[in-house]
Write a new protein. Structure first.
Length: 155
């Protein structure tokens, strides 16, 4: 299991050449709550973002993301996806109308590309006294402009 905050900024390496291609800037999430791919920024002076389909990732290491070759990167518009970075700080509510907190991180299974939970916070002091909370759901969530609505069994 991996979190987006640990993945963000990691270098992406090509296994054929050992060359660093770029670095991870974001996760691309589908409306059903799965990881579709990664946004990778590459270039020296004029950095551009590329989409890396999750299926083209050879492995997720602790020190880098490995891909077979650079051909797996596509110049694709990220507006078709929800980006994990855009979830940071967004209010999460249960379908029953209870405020769960603000989204702080996304947990996902790197082998399957499925999201397993969302770390939420009620603020700095609450995190210290109560600890951070992870919300898990089997159902797809609704990501709106103002809030994220999730179906949870407990609140």
């Amino acid at each position: 299991m991996r979190t987006f905050s640990l993945l963000k900024g990691q270098p992406v390496f090509e296994t054929k050449t050992g060359r660093k291609i770029g670095f991870v800037t974001d996760l691309c999430l589908s409306p059903t709550g799965s990881v579709e791919g990664l946004m990778v920024k590459k270039g020296v002076f004029f950095k551009q973002s590329y989409f890396l389909d999750f299926q083209n990732v050879a492995s997720f290491g602790w020190d880098g993301v490995m891909i077979e070759d650079e051909d797996g990167l596509e110049k694709k518009d990220s507006s078709n996806y929800t980006l994990a970075q855009s979830l940071d700080g967004k209010m999460m509510l249960s379908k029953s109308g209870h405020t769960l907190g603000l989204v702080k991180d996304v947990y996902f299974q790197e082998e399957l590309g499925t999201i397993v939970g969302y770390e939420i916070t009620d603020g700095f002091f609450s995190d210290i006294t109560e600890g951070k909370q992870v919300i898990q759901t089997e159902e797809p969530l609704t990501i709106g402009k103002d809030a994220i609505i999730v179906d949870v069994n407990h609140t």
